[in-house]
Design a binder for this molecule. Structure first.
Ligand SMILES: [Zn+2]
Ligand SMILES: [Zn+2]
Length: 257
């Protein structure tokens, strides 16, 4: 499996970090998790086969996680000749079908019928679905917005967990236990902590309970970048920590059978 952190920023717009979005390439599955503003260009930059993405999975409906989806579909339809014909599966929490319907009212019917089949799947917290080629996607509830979920992607005995946006929740840490990569939001400095987002110390606490092989932090608002994130995390968790950048690639070697 390969994880590419395409967008490691937030709605606090900065040139180096676009809004949220991450690709997992696993066997025949090309999964994009979240598609915030800027992700389309990062895909073109870092995922040469971006036209062949098989699944788009949304964690929640904030604009910094969905803003580029219409552009992505429009690009697949009109951005090259001939347009895309490969089917696409769109996954999200309850409400994703309604959201895409409302986007189609705003943008046009092409969004739901762009010339290639779009299947919409609403995934319930606690559920898992088979994406094909041995890839399983599972979801769990997280405290951020009413619909917010986190995802795990599993293949070949390896597991990547993406928190999406979340506040602190010991249940999330329990669910993520033993992940090979825990891609964890790290929004705000400790003195600005709120129930809907994580601070570096809370990321450290989550990691101390989840014990991932590699903690990868993302979703940085500018104030948190002015703090010593590594030191705050290290006070709780001694394992390997990476502060993700847009376009960073993480290889997760699958077990041989
Ligand atoms: Zn966000
Ligand atoms: Zn959010």
């Amino acid at each position: 499996m390969r994880l590419i952190t395409l967008g490691t920023g937030t709605v606090a717009l900065t040139p180096a970090r676009v809004c949220a979005g991450h690709a997992v390439l696993a066997g025949d599955v090309m999964l994009l998790m979240d598609c915030g503003s800027g992700i389309t260009h990062r895909l073109a930059q870092h995922v040469p086969r971006w036209r062949e993405i098989t699944h788009v999975a949304f964690t929640h409906f904030h604009a910094d996680h969905i803003g580029d989806f219409a552009t992505l579909v429009f690009g697949w339809k009109y951005g090259s000749m001939p347009g895309r014909s490969l089917p696409l599966t769109v996954i999200g929490p309850a409400g994703i079908a309604d959201l895409l319907g409302r986007l189609a009212v705003a943008f046009g019917d092409w969004l739901r019928d762009p010339g290639f089949p779009i299947t919409i799947v609403e995934i319930a917290p606690g559920a898992a679905m088979d994406l094909g080629d041995g890839v399983m996607l599972a979801a769990t509830k997280v405290p951020h917005t009413p619909e917010s979920i986190a995802y795990s992607v599993t293949r070949g005995g390896r597991r990547v967990v993406y928190t999406g946006d979340t506040g602190y929740d010991p249940m999330l840490a329990e669910w993520a236990r033993g992940a090979d990569v825990l891609l964890c939001e790290c929004s705000l400095p400790d003195e600005m902590g709120i129930p809907e987002h994580l601070t570096p110390a809370q990321c450290g606490a989550v990691a101390a309970a989840a014990l991932p092989k590699h903690l990868v932090l993302t979703h940085f608002y500018p104030p948190v970048e002015r703090t010593d994130v590594r030191a705050e995390v290290a006070a709780h968790y001694a394992g390997p920590v990476t502060l993700a950048e847009d376009g960073a690639t993480f290889e997760i070697e699958e077990e041989r059978c």
